[in-house]
Design a protein. Sequence first.
Length: 615
Amino acid sequence: MPGDNATFEPVREWSKYPPVEETIRSDSSLGWLKRISPVVLTHRWRIFWSVIAAVIAMVAQILVPRVVGLAIDRALITRTSSLWLFVAILLVLGVARAAATFGYRYGLYGMAFKVEYQLRTLLFQHLGKLSFSFFDRVQSGQIISRANSDIRSVQMFMAFAPIMAVQFFSFVVAIGLMAAISVPLTAITMVALPGVFAIGQRLRKIMFPLSWVIQSRQAEIATVVDESVNGVRVVKAFAAERHQIESLAIGAQRLRWANLVQHWTRASHTPFIENLPRIALATVLLIGGLQTIDGSLTVGDLVSFNLYILLLQAPFRFIGMLLILGQRAKASAERIYEILDEPPAVDDRHDAVDLFPLGGSISFSDVSFAYGTEAVGGSQGNEKAPLVLNNFNLDVLPGETIAIVGRTGSGKSTIARLLMRFYELQGGSISLDGHDIRSVTQTSLRSAISLVPDEPFLFSTSVHENISYGKPGASREEVEAAARAAQAHEFIVGLGDGYDTVVGERGYDLSGGQRQRISLARLFLSDPSVIILDDSTSAIDVEIEERIHRSLKELLRERTTIVIAHRLSTIALADRVVLVDDGQIIADGTHQQLLDTEARYVETLAASLGEDDSW
């Protein structure tokens, strides 16, 4: 068997998004169907009418063997006198079955695609609620795989499940009609059922972990592809194409083995399920033929009975399909609900209120924070993670501009992330105008604050749409005014389609400085109450930076601003400089005061700015 290398262990309770062998659940309950039913039942009427159509198609199909049998018996008696009636009946049944089949397939596939759309929307909406800590620890491929292939597996099952239910009903009806013809022959046919059930149970137990592993392997490949595409410049710069190809090959090989195991399992089980009725058919032909010869069974009844056995092959095939699709859908649904069950580490309180227009005072009071300490799916985070901020205290007056300076890893950018409430505090509080940021809605908080990061992200849309991202519906005049203030207008009009130019993925068609200027244009357009500049001009040349700073000084006037500073020109924007080290403020004052009195400030500037800078 090609699965000797595949081992499947049950999931550990604390485990969430770990290596795939530890994510397989052995639970055989149908809880996943109960969970997904609210989404499915929003289409209850479509399902109802589709099932009605499927029943009509089934009835039309299941009557055919009986009509054929009666036609044969009648023909043997009356020769051809009544055959046209039976031909007409068969034609009507055929047309009815064709129309009903179209109806239920159209309805059920439409329902399944709507469920797929709803699940994908629910997943994406929930991802939008999750905090940065979730995305820090979960690979992008795991998310992409759940949003694509896992949801598609559920969609396929939803399309076939009602049909399978009708097929089961047709199986029961067919058995009843067969019993009406001959109970002994029906009993012979039913002998195969225990074997089918036993094989089905074994197949179900094997297919679920295999399906989980396959979906996880696909997620691993999606992660490698995503990293290779997004990091293509690094890959090529280090001539590391072979390394990435090998990484993908390893993932593809693991997926190939998992698929081989699954298909070997399917190939070794489903033929028995599908062919057991054929064994019954051979037996029925022998015994039924003898009964026909001795006159206890008519020729028409024998033909009808054997046609019913042939019809039973479809439900038997559907049993195998149901087991495979069902276990695959179950694994996929549980993987989807792993994300949907993920509680946001940062969430609005039930009594959270919208933040009114800000005066701009900011207060950090005994703030402590460490990355990776958030609970994961009901388990505890890493309580031993080192503190990035340790009893941090800072007060910023309304309209004041402060520069935060410190060595790498001192906690400068963390201050900005916590003020935006991207992460939850482990201790202390942060207030805006006296309001604890945990008491206000995240939407109103982030609408009042504008963050310009050092690595701006541009979407694969036009320049106009990228600039207006923070103010949807902004006019072209407003966008151009913001671009002029950010010294971006000149290079934008030089692009092929000007403001309508579509930038490449992440804006890589533009230089780093151009991307930063577009990001700054967003700031000028959004007109926030509080501004955070995180080394936002690091890739811009000195001459253009000076012009931008002149525009910034006008914008920063009467606005509270926090500048994460790595360049002396940025520090010059500030009214006050705060020196941070090991998560605490070690010096506070104007740039000149700290130069005169604080040796560690001078050392920090020397390390970050270089000895040749005139400061």
